[in-house]
Design a protein around this ligand. Structure first.
Ligand SMILES: [Zn+2]
Length: 148
């Protein structure tokens, strides 16, 4: 009989960039333009300072449409994660870890991303992480994360 506690997922990787395409709109394009320059940002209300991710036309706190895009430190904390073992495109074995990151430098904004740079078995809630950059389709760049 097999002891499942001995099972190992192995190294976590970001999804292959050539499988990832994005679309932008006026509310999201500043995020992607900064990512292209390897700067992490989040949508912040220019009136009350509340961060909101994903970006939206109106601030949920004060209904302002004014936005700003400050440079963030690029670090954060794993808020939640899952371990996936199949490539969603072709079903082949592929270990990746979708994560929700609580972004440092914000008042609680979260970003959904991938985590790599360690064994999937070692990922845990509360882990400190830093941003890394994964080229994707159409010369865009996806912020992904790795342990500090
Ligand atoms: Zn506001």
């Amino acid at each position: 009989m097999t002891d499942n506690r001995e099972m190992s997922y192995g190294p976590a990787r970001a999804l292959p960039g050539d499988q990832i395409a994005i679309t932008t709109n006026p509310d999201t394009e500043p995020f992607w333009e900064k990512a292209k320059a390897h700067k992490l940002t989040a949508c912040q209300c220019a009136d009350c300072g509340h961060f909101r991710m994903p970006p939206s036309p109106y601030c949920p706190e004060c209904q302002s449409t004014a936005k700003q895009w400050p440079d963030l430190p690029g670090t954060g904390t794993v808020f939640s994660f899952a371990i996936c073992t199949r490539n969603p495109k072709n079903g082949e074995e592929y270990v990746y870890v979708p994560v929700v990151i609580a972004l440092d430098g914000t008042d609680g904004a979260h970003l959904v991303s991938n985590l790599g740079g360690c064994d999937a078995d070692d990922v845990e809630i509360g882990m400190k992480v830093t941003v890394d950059w994964n080229p994707i389709k159409d010369d865009w760049v996806l912020p992904v994360f790795k342990p500090i």
